[in-house]
Write a new protein. Structure first.
Length: 116
């Protein structure tokens, strides 16, 4: 929308009145209105000082290194391997087994299954 108007897309200042004001002050409407005015004034003041940020395209390396063979690392590795632009995923784990803390547990909640 900004691009269509000929405005640099990085020249946007966003004010989240709902989350930062309305919900917080839902029982005090005069305070909510004043805070909204202050938030908008601050955003306008900041927006006047924004400068365009140049955009640069760079080539990507299609190989990924995941540090840690725990549940989070293995989940990340699987998710990354399913990305079309990723060619190779390498998982590095400092121990000789994968699984992180999960490998130290004999059973998991809530199914009471074996953790490995």
């Amino acid at each position: 929308m900004l691009k269509e108007a000929g405005i640099n897309e990085r020249m946007l200042e966003f004010v989240n009145i709902r989350e930062h004001d309305s919900f917080v002050h839902m029982h005090d409407k005069p305070s909510a209105a004043e805070k909204a005015r202050q938030l908008i004034r601050a955003a306008v003041a900041r927006a006047t000082r924004l400068e365009p940020v140049p955009t640069e395209s760079v080539d990507i390396n299609p190989n990924v290194l995941v540090v840690g063979g725990g549940v989070a690392g293995l989940t990340a590795a699987i998710d990354l391997a399913n990305q079309p632009k990723v060619q190779q995923v390498v998982v590095v784990e400092r121990k000789n087994t994968i699984g992180g803390r999960m490998a130290q547990m004999d059973r998991t909640f809530p199914t009471d299954d074996c953790s490995i």
